[in-house]
Write a protein that binds this ligand. Structure first.
Ligand SMILES: N/C(=C\C=C\C(=O)O)C(=O)O
Length: 144
């Protein structure tokens, strides 16, 4: 954990390694801000369910697996920073193919957020920095 006078950085031992110079999360007061995170698995280059072509472009991907994996990664980061899934208050979701993937995402999202409903914003982006189809950016309120 790296701290300064006003905030403390948190890095999870279970979430995928950051792809740049940023922490998995940073706490400021009672707010915990998570960096954008996708479905990659820690210690692995491959994204669950992604098949790449020889030129590195995505041939196919299993979007449902990516949804489960990204929700798990968010949970890892929250828990290791002292927060819980139920503490989420705001979620921004980036999809690379809204038309194809929104129905699956929306269905699985509802399963994961049965007991708490953070504010949510979903946008489509042209691409994400790792070959992933979904990334989440979250804010939680931590007790104490
Ligand atoms: N948060 C960023 C990338 C995350 C990628 C991933 O978890 O696969 C970033 O570049 O800002």
């Amino acid at each position: 954990m790296a701290s300064d006078a006003t905030s403390a950085a948190h890095n999870s031992a279970r979430a995928p390694e950051p792809v740049g110079l940023y922490p998995h999360a940073r706490r400021a007061g009672n707010l915990l801000f998570l960096s954008g995170v996708g479905p990659r698995q820690r210690g692995q280059q491959q994204v669950p369910g992604v098949e790449l072509s020889d030129d590195g472009s995505i041939r196919s991907y299993d979007f449902e697996s990516q949804c489960h994996a990204v929700f798990q990664n968010v949970r890892y980061i929250l828990e290791e920073a002292g927060a819980r899934w139920e503490d989420l208050v705001d979620v921004t979701v980036f999809l690379t193919n809204m038309q194809a993937d929104f129905p699956t995402y929306n269905r699985l999202y509802a399963e994961y957020f049965q007991t708490n409903q953070p504010c949510r914003t979903t946008v489509e982006v042209n691409c994400l920095p790792t070959p992933i189809a979904i990334e989440l950016k979250c804010i939680a309120v931590v007790a104490g």
